[in-house]
Design a protein around this ligand. Structure first.
Ligand code: D6A
Length: 326
């Protein structure tokens, strides 16, 4: 079995959404390799909360089964969150289908999700150990389907031009160039976590002692690195400075930015060309960088700002992360 869906940029490229059919109802969901809950807007929300979203209506699905007394409550890195009830239903992602997938129906969502009008919820693709359902944590879609897949993998090939895809069960070699390099993942963290101990700026490589590990997180827009790395990068950008009003490093959009690369394990340097560093404009002449600080937290977050330049393989059986240029 295999499945393939488009990954379409939304929210000015801050996220990528893919169509998922649940109990015959189609929703546009954010595939998030940094969390492990599949949750959706539901008709239990108020019409003000639902707004332009598609909301799952359990009473309209002939295959939905409530998990009596089960609930979930989630909060994301940026303080947003959702909470509600849990059931199972048939979930189809581009043809890859799980018949009894736990789906988490939001009965409350934070304002940021209400105003993020394009996303109808999330598909968590980190490890099931991080699932938030009480009293019994539930398995992710990938965990449920892995044994049925032609290969126990899913891949992310994100692209701002709208050509991006998520695929389950196959590695499409037409989607990358050069070698696919695999790195061991520390699944005990619950994340797709690996070591990253060097980086390069404008082609000059720097080795690091006690670098914090990194995670591959398709649900994070930016590349959130240790402060010393971020300061080193923007020290090479004359007009760059930390602007607390926007909460990050900004610079003149006219700057000729140096290339940046960061290690994924011991045998892959993931490069971002200087022309691909900017995340968004702040005003007519100032730009906000895709490289920002993780504020000294104990993990570096390799989000879409990095991942969209690469073909990424998440190998569930051998806990490996594969990276290739494209
Ligand atoms: O928690 C970590 C797991 N992956 C990261 C993640 N963050 C979100 C998110 C999506 C949409 C929104 C909102 F719509 F703006 F509310 C907020 C957060 N989705 O994955 C962070």
């Amino acid at each position: 079995e295999t499945g393939e869906v488009a990954a379409t940029p939304a929210d000015n490229g801050a996220e990528y959404l893919s169509p998922v059919t649940i109990g015959g109802q189609k929703l546009n969901l954010n595939f998030d390799t940094g969390s492990s809950d599949l949750w959706v807007f539901s008709t239990a929300l108020t019409s003000a909360e639902i707004g332009q979203h598609s909301a799952f209506n359990p009473s309209k699905s002939s295959t939905y089964k409530e998990l009596d007394g089960y609930s979930f409550s989630l909060s994301y890195g940026d303080g947003s969150g959702a909470a509600g009830v849990v059931g199972t239903d048939t979930v189809d992602i581009g043809g890859a289908t799980v018949t009894r997938q736990a789906i988490e129906l939001a009965t409350s969502v934070s304002s940021a999700f209400v105003s993020d009008a394009d996303s109808d919820g999330l598909v968590g693709l980190a490890f099931s150990t991080l699932n938030s359902v009480s009293p019994t944590p539930q398995k992710t879609f990938f965990d449920n389907i892995m044994s049925e897949l032609a290969q126990p993998v899913f891949t992310a090939s994100l692209d701002l031009d709208g050509s991006g895809t998520y695929e389950f069960g196959t590695i499409d070699s037409s989607k990358f160039t050069g070698d696919l390099e695999f790195t061991p993942v520390n699944a005990a963290s619950g994340f797709w976590q690996f070591d990253s101990s060097c980086y390069s700026i404008g082609g000059k490589t720097y080795n690091r002692t006690n670098a914090t590990p990194a995670i591959a997180d398709t649900g994070t827009s930016l590349l959130l690195l240790d402060p010393e790395v971020v300061q080193a990068y923007y020290s090479q950008v004359p007009s760059a400075n930390y602007d607390s009003t926007v909460g990050g490093y900004t610079y003149d959009c006219s700057e000729n930015l140096p290339d940046f690369a960061v290690a994924v394990g011991d045998n892959y340097m993931a490069n971002i060309p200087g022309s691909g560093i900017t995340f968004s404009p702040v005003d007519s002449k100032t730009c906000f960088g895709g490289i920002q600080s993780n504020s000294g937290s104990d993990v570096q977050i390799f989000g879409d700002a990095l991942l969209k330049h690469h073909f990424v393989v998440f190998h569930g059986e051998s806990n490996l992360l594969g990276m290739a240029a494209k």
